[in-house]
Write a protein that binds this ligand. Structure first.
Ligand code: AMP
Ligand code: TRP
Length: 332
C-alpha cells in the first residue's frame, strides 16, 4: 500500500471533469492505497476570500467528496486549517526553500498577474504545499501536470532538510514522487469542445456541475455543440468531431462501455445527447442525495470532519515533532 496524499482547493464548483478525471480515480484506489485527502483552505486564503463563504465551501466540499465515494472509513479526509501542524511545518519549510526557487514557480507568476494585491502567502504557497505532503510520510502525490513543479520543489526541500538536519541512514522526511493519475476521462466543455471543461465560470452552459439539477444537466447536454456532418463517430484526433467525441467519452466514462461500440448504436446526435444526459443524471443523483443527507445532518457532518482532523493530527503531530527535534525547535 503506497501512502498517497492529495489536496483540493475549496474554491470553485466541482464539475464533471473533476469528477470523471480525478475523483473517480481516487475512489477506485481507496482500497489499494493508504490515502489522505485534504481540503486546502489555508491555500485558498492566499487570494481574497469571503470568510463565511470560505467556511461553508470547505465544509460543503468535504461533504461532496464523501458523497462522491471518498469514504472516510477507508482513508483520511480533513480540512487543512483544522490540523495546526500544516501551518507550523509550513513556517519551517519556508526557511528551507529559497526565494529564488519560489520565484521560479509558474503558478505564482500566473496568479500574481491576475491580482492587484499579491500576498506573501501566494508566493510561499509551495512551502505550505510541501508541508502538507511531508506531514504524512507521503510516497505518492497524484496531481495534474500543472502541479508537477510544486512537487519537484517539495522533493528538493525534503532532500535538503534531510541532508542538513538528519543522518544519512535516518532521514526525517520521506521524499515523495509526483504521480500522474491513471488516465481518467478528459472532459471537454460542452459549448467549446476543444477546450477542457473548467471551473473558470466563463462557460456556465458548457460546464456540468456534479450538483446541477437534472433539468439543468438535460438542458446543457441538449445544447451541446456538435458539428454538421451528422455522423456519430468517436474520433479523438479530429477537431471537427470534438463535440461528438466528448459526448461519447462522457457516456463511456459513466457507463463503462467502450466509446467506439457506443458510437455504433447511434445514427443521430439527438438520442446520443439524451442518453448522455440520462446516464450522467443517473450517476449524479445518488451523489446529490447523499450530499443532501450530509448537509442536512450538520451534527453527523461535524462528526466526520472532526474525526478526519483527529486522524490527520495524530500522524502530522508525529512527523512535525520529528522535524522540530531535528532542527532544534520545540520543547522536545
Ligand atoms: P482543478 O479544479 O482544475 O484544480 O482540477 C482538480 C482535478 O480535476 C485535477 O486532478 C485535474 O486534473 C482534474 N480535472 C480538472 N478539469 C478536468 C477536465 N476537464 N477533464 C478531466 N480532468 C479534469
Ligand atoms: N496546490 C494544489 C492545487 O492548486 C492543491 C494542493 C495543496 C495540493 N496542497 C497539496 C495538491 C498537496 C497535492 C498535494 O491544485
Amino acid at each position: 500500500m503506497a501512502r498517497v496524499f492529495s489536496g483540493i482547493q475549496p474554491t470553485g464548483e466541482v464539475h464533471l471533469g473533476n469528477y470523471l478525471g480525478a475523483i473517480v480515480n481516487w475512489v477506485r484506489d481507496l482500497d489499494v492505497d493508504d490515502s489522505t485527502f485534504c481540503v486546502v483552505d489555508l491555500h485558498a486564503i492566499t487570494i481574497p476570500q469571503d470568510p463565511g463563504i470560505l467556511r461553508s465551501k470547505s465544509r460543503n466540499l468535504t461533504a461532496l467528496l464523501i458523497a462522491c465515494g471518498i469514504d472516510p472509513e477507508r482513508c483520511t479526509l480533513f480540512v487543512q486549517s483544522h490540523v495546526p501542524e500544516h501551518a507550523q511545518l509550513a513556517w519551517i519549510m519556508q526557511s528551507v526553500v529559497s526565494y529564488g526557487e519560489l520565484g521560479r514557480m509558474t503558478q505564482f507568476k500566473d496568479k500574481s498577474d491576475q491580482h492587484d494585491f499579491v500576498s506573501a502567502g501566494l508566493f510561499t504557497y509551495p512551502a505550505l504545499q510541501a508541508a502538507d505532503i511531508l506531514l504524512y510520510d507521503t510516497e505518492k502525490v497524484p496531481v495534474g501536470a500543472d502541479q508537477k513543479q510544486h512537487i519537484e520543489l517539495c522533493r528538493d526541500a525534503a532532500e535538503r532538510f534531510n541532508r542538513r538536519f538528519a543522518a544519512d541512514d535516518d532521514p526525517v522526511f520521506v521524499v515523495p514522487v509526483h504521480s500522474t493519475p491513471a488516465a481518467g476521462a478528459r472532459v471537454m466543455d460542452l459549448q467549446n469542445p476543444t477546450k477542457k471543461m473548467s471551473k473558470s465560470l466563463d462557460s456556465p452552459q458548457g460546464t456540468v456541475l456534479v450538483l446541477d439539477e437534472p433539468k439543468a444537466v438535460e438542458k446543457k447536454f441538449k445544447r451541446a455543440v456538435t458539428d454538421s456532418e451528422a455522423v456519430v463517430r468517436y474520433a479523438p484526433d479530429d477537431p471537427d468531431k470534438a463535440g461528438v467525441t466528448n459526448l461519447l467519452s462522457i457516456l463511456s466514462a459513466v457507463t463503462g462501455a467502450d466509446p467506439d461500440s457506443l458510437a455504433g448504436k447511434y445514427e443521430q446526435y439527438g438520442p446520443l445527447k439524451a442518453d448522455c444526459a440520462a446516464a450522467v443524471i443517473e450517476h449524479v443523483v445518488p451523489i446529490q442525495q447523499r450530499y443532501a443527507e450530509l448537509v442536512d445532518d450538520p451534527a453527523e457532518l461535524d462528526r466526520l470532519i472532526a474525526a478526519g482532523a483527529a486522524k490527520a493530527h495524530a500522524k502530522a503531530a508525529e512527523v512535525l515533532a520529528r522535524a522540530e527535534r531535528a532542527i532544534g525547535l520545540g520543547a522536545h
